[in-house]
Design a protein around this ligand. Structure first.
Ligand SMILES: Nc1ncnc2c1ncn2[C@@H]1O[C@H](COP(=O)(O)OP(=O)(O)OP(=O)(O)O)[C@@H](O)[C@H]1O
Ligand SMILES: [Mg+2]
Length: 230
């Protein structure tokens, strides 16, 4: 990797190196404006100026467009959900299956998503804009799963949700692990995130300032002082 990303003259990410192994849940943690979404967008191929190399299964993906990266199985669930408000839940889910790879498996993937989120099945014909925040987040994750990801990148899925729903979303992330789906989880919710992930990276001002196994980070003095308010 050794990722550098820029918006005009502003450098938002500096020499960041992260990796996620197959089947792992890895968190990228950091405060507002740390550069988390910029890393996500660099991986997805929607940042204009990126230096460094990004690999999927040991193959460089730098030459691929954003669409081709989704086709390869790198699927992003963007910050703020970005659902189609005037489409129904089911239609939003179907939009996730637009890749060549996923198109032929629409029915089985829809069944899988409805099994994971019974709430979405109950509301499949409801307009996305009329769903609650938590339900919309479930729909956004479901839409991502419809693309049959090799890795799913969740950008702050718990943002703006009540504590009970935050708990629910974290449970869902753990269920994704059980389904064998590789996850890169972007969060600000450090304590709760470190309880469920395998490893994590801490990002501050565009730089990785700490990394390691979740249990090591929970006990690290630096992390405790800076992020856990201990
Ligand atoms: N399109 C853009 N044009 C110019 N600057 C941008 C753009 N997007 C992000 N930035 C800047 O890059 C820096 C990193 O932003 P980024 O969105 O990656 O942060 P983040 O860690 O995802 O924050 P948050 O938790 O608030 O989502 C910020 O200083 C931000 O203002
Ligand atoms: Mg962000």
């Amino acid at each position: 990797m050794n990722l550098n990303a820029y918006y005009g003259d502003l450098q938002a990410v500096r020499n960041a190196n992260i990796f996620v192994k197959k089947g792992e849940i890895v968190a990228l943690l950091g405060a507002n404006a740390a550069g988390k979404s910029t890393i996500v967008k660099s991986i997805s191929g929607i940042i204009d100026r990126v230096e460094g190399e990004i690999f999927l299964n040991n193959q460089s993906i730098d030459k691929y467009t954003a669409h081709q990266r989704v086709e390869l199985g790198i699927v992003q669930v963007p910050e703020g959900r970005q659902l189609f408000p005037f489409l129904t839940v089911k239609e939003n889910l179907e939009m996730g299956a637009y890749t060549k790879r996923a198109r032929g498996h629409l029915k089985e993937n829809l069944d899988r998503v409805f099994e994971l989120f019974p709430r979405l099945k109950e509301r499949e014909n409801q307009l996305a804009s009329t769903m609650s925040g938590g339900e919309q987040q479930m729909c956004a994750i479901g839409r991502g799963l419809m693309a049959m990801p090799q890795i799913i990148i969740l950008d702050e899925p718990t943002l703006g949700l009540a504590p009970l729903l935050i708990k629910k979303i974290f449970e869902i992330v753990e269920e994704l692990r059980d389904l064998g789906i590789t996850v890169l989880l972007i969060e600000q919710n450090v304590r709760q995130t470190l309880k469920i992930v395998d490893r994590a990276y801490m990002l501050s001002n565009g730089k990785i300032v700490a990394e390691g196994k979740a249990e090591e980070l929970i006990n690290s003095e630096k992390v405790k002082a800076s992020y856990l308010g201990v």
